[in-house]
Design a protein around this ligand. Structure first.
Ligand code: NAD
Ligand code: DAU
Length: 341
């Protein structure tokens, strides 16, 4: 029997990186191809332990580069594509939307075209709950797969656009696709521009933590390991053309998240600094995961155990994040927050 070939785009990033490791270990009979451009968010040191595995392969390439992507698909004849590669940070999309359109929209279309050209078994497009826009603070309301798309940031607009392209390749060409829309992830290898790793790294360095607005915006947090298991399930068992929401009912205000981390690290809440709000800041996200649960998925982590594991990981892997925040990141941080570290 020939081995299944799985192309994972964005496998040097946070979620894609965790997914590559999950697949290399869980499916030793599959060949895992990590295709990544290695932008500021890509990092290969996380794969040191698997890079010598016979079933792990690295391809450095740009998903928006048709001239590279099409011949690659012709040569490798992938069975599965799991598409994570994207510009992923909302704040950066507010400052510089253009690259989000190129990578997230054009890059997805180039991959879809190549997949259609050679024929594949499944294309799983990793999207986000942010395409649904925002919810109000009524705790009985959730995003379902029927919620209309109403993206509010350039990032979420680019992701919604890519979702529509994926849908169109299914409707028009019968390409076997799934779209997953997950809530906020956290866990190992989360890039320290995002709220949770930013808070952990700054609190450990006794630096102020910038909380946008009044800190009352709500996010629904899911451990990245639970996200990876959900994606693998959709890859194998998802019904072609269907969308699956992924989330575990772990809603927290941003202030609660920051306070939890400060408390766990035994530091003072004086480190909290309320700063100017994010433009167009979505109030609340919350996922109804009933459809995915019917497929047989349930999360293993509650927020309490997941955040504890994550904080411990950042304590044990200081080198990884210290290396990141000592480089280009410094400039980004100063520009974004207009303050000195
Ligand atoms: P990330 O920013 O950590 O990683 C993105 C990866 O994509 C990086 O390795 C980067 O080098 C690569 N990349 C960027 N442009 C590329 C290009 N043109 N060609 C090839 N590779 C390129 O992102 P993440 O947080 O891991 O998110 C991964 C995916 O999951 C994204 O599609 C995002 O929209 C989605 N998502 C993220 C979250 C979250 O909480 N982080 C939640 C739901 C969905
Ligand atoms: O919901 C899924 C989305 O979650 C993904 O699609 C995105 O790729 C991912 O980045 C994430 O988006 P958010 O904007 O929700 O994540 P972020 O960590 O940037 O912010 C989380 C919340 O914390 C948000 O309400 C803004 C707030 N925040 C963020 C930062 C970086 C602060 O208060 N201060 C900060 O410094």
């Amino acid at each position: 029997m020939t081995k299944k070939k799985v192309l994972v785009t964005g496998g040097a990033g946070f979620i894609g990186g965790n997914f590559v490791q999950y697949m290399v270990h869980k499916y030793p009979d599959y060949e895992i191809y990590n295709l990544d451009l290695l932008t500021y968010a890509g990092d290969l040191t996380k794969h040191r332990e698997i890079e010598k595995n016979a079933n792990y392969h690295l391809i450095q390439a740009d998903i928006a580069d048709h001239e590279t992507i099409l011949p690659l698909f012709e040569r490798e004849q992938f069975d599965f594509v799991v598409h994570f590669a994207a510009e992923s940070h909302v704040d950066r999309s507010i400052t510089d939307p253009g690259v989000f359109v190129r990578t997230n929209v054009l890059g997805t279309q180039v991959l879809l075209d190549a997949a259609k050209h050679v024929g594949i078994e499944k294309f799983v497009h990793i999207s986000t709950d942010e395409v649904y826009g925002e919810l109000d603070f009524n705790p009985a309301t959730f995003f379902t797969e029927q919620t209309p798309l109403q993206p509010n940031s350039p990032y979420s607009a680019s992701k919604a656009s890519s979702d529509l392209l994926v849908r169109s390749y299914h409707e028009t060409y019968n390409l076997p696709v799934n779209i997953t829309r997950c809530s906020n992830n956290y866990g190992p290898y989360h890039f320290p521009e995002k709220l949770i790793p930013l808070t952990i790294s700054r609190v450990l360095n006794n630096e102020k933590v910038p909380v946008y607005g009044d800190g009352k915006n709500i996010r629904d947090w899911l451990h990245v390991y639970d996200h990876c298991a959900a994606i693998a399930l959709v890859l194998h068992d998802g019904v072609n053309g269907e969308v699956y929401n992924i989330g575990g009912h772990n809603e927290r205000t941003n202030l609660e998240v920051v306070q939890t981390i400060i408390k766990a690290l035994g530091k003072s809440e004086e480190l909290i600094e309320f700063v100017e709000d994010r433009l167009g800041h979505d109030k609340r996200y919350a996922i109804d995961p009933a459809k995915l649960e019917q497929l047989g998925w349930e999360p293993k982590y509650r927020f309490e155990s997941g955040i504890e594991q994550t904080i411990q990981w950042y304590l044990e892997n200081k080198n990884w994040w210290e290396n990141i925040i000592s480089g280009e990141y410094q400039k980004y941080f100063e520009q974004q927050y207009k303050l000195q570290r």
